[in-house]
Design a protein around this ligand. Sequence first.
Ligand code: SAH
Ligand code: SF4
Length: 385
Amino acid sequence: MDTRVNLLDLDLEGLAAFCEGLGEKRFRATQLYRWIHQRGASQFEAMTDLARSLRDKLATRAEVRALPVISEHTSADGTVKWLFDVGGGNAVETVFIPEVDRGTLCVSSQAGCAVGCRFCSTGHQGFSRNLTTGEIVAQLWFAEHRLRAVRGGTERQIDNVVMMGMGEPLQNYGALVPALRTMLDDHGYGLSRRRVTVSTSGVVPMIDRLRGDCPVALAVSLHAPDDVLREHLVPLNRKYPLAELLAACQRYLDAAPRDFITFEYCMLDGVNDTPAHAQALVELVQGRADASRAVGAVRCKFNLIPFNPFPASGLVRSPRERVLAFADVLQKAGIVTTIRKTRGDDIDAACGQLAGEVQDRTQARERLSQRRAVFDIVPVSAARP
Ligand code: SAH
Ligand code: SF4
C-alpha cells in the first residue's frame, strides 16, 4: 500500500507541521504550498528552489495525488464538465462555468449523498462515501491549472467556488474545512471569503461550527415555506426543522463575509411553486410565520432554480410563467431574487444532480442524458422573455 502523504490533503498549517516532521522550517512549507497550488506543480523535481535533500525526502514520503480524469466535455457556451474517478466504481463531477467577468467552479464534496432529497438525482443514488480533503482540493487544483494550460496563460481562471456539486458538504465537515482554507489562503488559491460558497440542505450544528471555524458565503437549500412540505422534499428537515434552521442562519450572519444568506429554491410544478407558497416564504423569512417569529427577519436573497427533471423523481419543472410570478411576489416584498439560467445543456452538466457509478455506464449515460444543465444566475428582470 502507498503510504505517502497526499499533500493536497493539507492546508498550510498541516503542511507546516508535516515539513517540521521532516526537520524543515515553516517557510519551506510556504514555498512548497505555492508550488503546488499557485503553479500547479506535482513533481518535486521541478521545484528547483527547494534543496535537493528536501526534494529527495519529499519524493519518498509525499506526493501530489490528483484524481484520475474519466472525461472532459466542453459545452458550446464554454461550460466545462469533468468526471473524476474516486475509486470503487464511483465518480464525481466538477463543472466550470465561465462568465464575462469571472469563472465559477462547482465542486463535489461526497460520492452520492445521504440526505436523499426527492428532486435530486445525487440523493436518489444514495451515499457511497465522503471525499477526502485532497479529493475536494484536487478538483480545484486540476481545473485551475488545466484551464490555464488550455487558455495559454498564467492568470487566475477560477474566482468563485461553490460547493454545489455532488454531496452535502456539511456532512463531510472534517474534510471540508481544510479544503476551504486552501481555497482562501493567499499562498493557495487566494479566493475571497465572499467568493467561496458552501451550500447546505440545513445541517444546523455544522452551520454553527462553520461560523466559528471558517466563515464563507452560505447558501441554504430551502425549497419549501413550511415544515410539512419541507420534510417531504428534504428529509433532513425532520432532524433540523425550519425554526432551528432559520435561527442558525441568523447566528451565521454575525460572522458571515456577506450580509445575507442565499436561499436556494428548486421550482417543482404543482408542489412548491404557487403564489401562496411565495407569500408564505415572505412571511417565513420576514419573521411573521410560526417557525420564524422567535427568529425575526433573516437578511437574505433568493435563487430560484427551475427543476432539472430525471425519470426516477416523478417530478416536473415549473412552467416559466409560474417561476416569474413566484419571483414577483418575493421581489414586491423587497427580497432580491434571481432565477438560474440553464447552461451547458449540450454536455448534460448540472450542479447538485451529477455523476453516476463508473461501472454502470449504461445507466449513468441514461441518467446523464435526462439532466439538463448547469445554471448561471441572472437578475429576474433580465431573465424575462
Ligand atoms: N447538498 C447541498 C449542495 C449540493 S446540491 C445542498 O443541497 O444545498 C446544490 C443545489 O442543487 C441545491 O440547492 C439543490 O437543491 C439543487 N438541486 C439538486 N437537484 C436538483 C434538480 N434536480 N434540479 C434543480 N436543482 C437541484
Ligand atoms: Fe444531497 Fe443536496 Fe442532493 Fe439533497 S440536494 S440529496 S442534500 S446533494
